[in-house]
Design a protein around this ligand. Sequence first.
Ligand code: HH2
Length: 274
Amino acid sequence: MGGMRAPIEERFPRPSVMGVVNVTPDSFSGDGIYLRPEAAVAEAFRMLAAGAAIVDVGGESTRPGSEGVPLAEELRRVVPVLEGLAGEPVSIDTSKAEVARRALELGAEMVNDVTALRGDPELAAVVADGGCYLCLMHMLGSPRTMQDNPRYDDVVSEVKAFLEERLAFAVREGVREELVCLDPGIGFGKTVEHNLELVRRLDELRAIGRPILVGFSRKSSLGRILGDPSARTGTTAASVGIAVAAFERGATILRAHDVREHVEALRVAAAVAA
Ligand code: HH2
């Protein structure tokens, strides 16, 4: 599991794109075409060739309303894909310690846990022992119920306090702080206005001092902003637009399905910022 890793902001300079590889039958974004491992691996290689800094492999859908998936099924989905991506930069999107352990053995360099180490009491130790990168994400409630009327007094300060607390927890459990990035969890217990407010005031999350990952790609808020109140997904162009807005407000890693479009747009936005 390879020595001391560089700080996450060195390994993933701003902006870096994380490509989404969902090995699930039921992803919200309708991209669950990768249940065949060869198809998922081929798509991941296309993303890397298009400029993704890392690909995020997930075998459990976390879309609104979804239930969890048993350990054996999650392993059955992701292990062949991880094997096919040996030697490539891979993140494992899981909240299960055993899935993370297998993924790290197979060369994954990041654990992306949408429960921010609340889901499985063993996961913190797996990450600490593996010396891998870690993404801690905010979620209100659980995927089954999170979109049932989410409420905050101030969404940004509540998400910030949560991420600070989970970061402190991870460090107490032995995770090196410089390996951690933080994520506001777009769509995870948030209305359209909550999601927009989190991007608008991203500087307040940056003030925690850790790189920020934003995953707004194809999420339903984008379709709703474009005028469809019952939208379940967003378009590529809308995804790119919000990714550039997030980058300009300090985001470091952008999690995206349409990698080439994001890489090109962000490269131009970064040239303006330079
Ligand atoms: N969003 C999804 C899944 N994992 N991880 C992080 N860190 N941030 C996110 O915003 C995030 C995430 C949901 O999107 P997707 O993977 O496209 O869909 P599904 O969970 O339905 O497979």
